[in-house]
Design a protein around this ligand. Sequence first.
Ligand SMILES: Nc1nc2c(ncn2[C@@H]2O[C@H](COP(=O)(O)OP(=O)(O)OP(=O)(O)O)[C@@H](O)[C@H]2O)c(=O)[nH]1
Ligand SMILES: [Mg+2]
Length: 275
Amino acid sequence: MGNKHSKLHHKSSKINVRSDGITSISDSSRPNTGSPINANKSHRQLPKIKFRVLIVGRADAGKTSILQRVCDTTDSPVVFRGNEEVQLDPSMDRGENSIEDELVFSNHDNYIFHDSCGFEAGSNDELAIVQEFIRQRSGQRQLQDRLHAIWFCIPMDNQRPELDLRYFKDICPDRNVPVIAVFTKYDQFLRNVKMHLEDYGHTDNVSDEAERQFKEHYLRHLDDGVRFVRLEKMHRPETRCNALLEKTAEALNEDVGTLMPSAAQRDLGPSINVA
Ligand SMILES: Nc1nc2c(ncn2[C@@H]2O[C@H](COP(=O)(O)OP(=O)(O)OP(=O)(O)O)[C@@H](O)[C@H]2O)c(=O)[nH]1
Ligand SMILES: [Mg+2]
């Protein structure tokens, strides 16, 4: 685990970004703008488009918690099917959810989320549904209807990362939407490593061992250059996940040619500005 820290000053609070990509905020009472990165503000005012993200991951991977942290809320999202609001709690009624449903948090409606709803590696049918959704959404003529990013969650509280990562490469075969690998529950992983070391009478090198295991069991399943973040304590309302937003912003920069052909300005975080 690296020890280097960089500090981004954001309004009155400090965002501490560790070199390993894990982020913490020193002032948790600040209002969350959801935007750690502000692009060039001197551009003329442009129409804003909601930022559309698909979050993929098996049941219990921590998907809803991430969306809530991004939007700084503990509420459940409002679910829209077409233009109709539907009354169901996505965390309770997974069977009734569709990947097509649009999830919006009322306090922070600059994001539209789609939830893969318990995408399990091993099910080719589920993969096909997600692929088809991505294909269809990435081919939309209007930028606002298109999918802008995919957050692919790999929970770290279990022993089967290779299963969870099995479809990572296949999720977006056309490579036209940026995919970020999101390793979730990193805190639980650290606890497990610590317990394992203690069982063998070692207590001093938890971070070294965690880093070694992370590389060996998780990272090695990803190709070089894949963008990834590790997120911890996302179930806690005071936690932020700016590292994820920053990685997403980087990916959009590079993919701007295919993703946003007419974009003159991007202000990652909640929304995209288009000409
Ligand atoms: N230790 C730890 N627990 C977490 C973290 N994120 C989420 N959890 C817990 O993991 C469980 C599942 O979290 P959710 O956010 O509901 O996961 P989900 O992927 O939306 O689950 P489904 O909707 O069932 O597919 C909850 O008990 C959370 O409190 C984390 O970063 N660390
Ligand atoms: Mg959920």
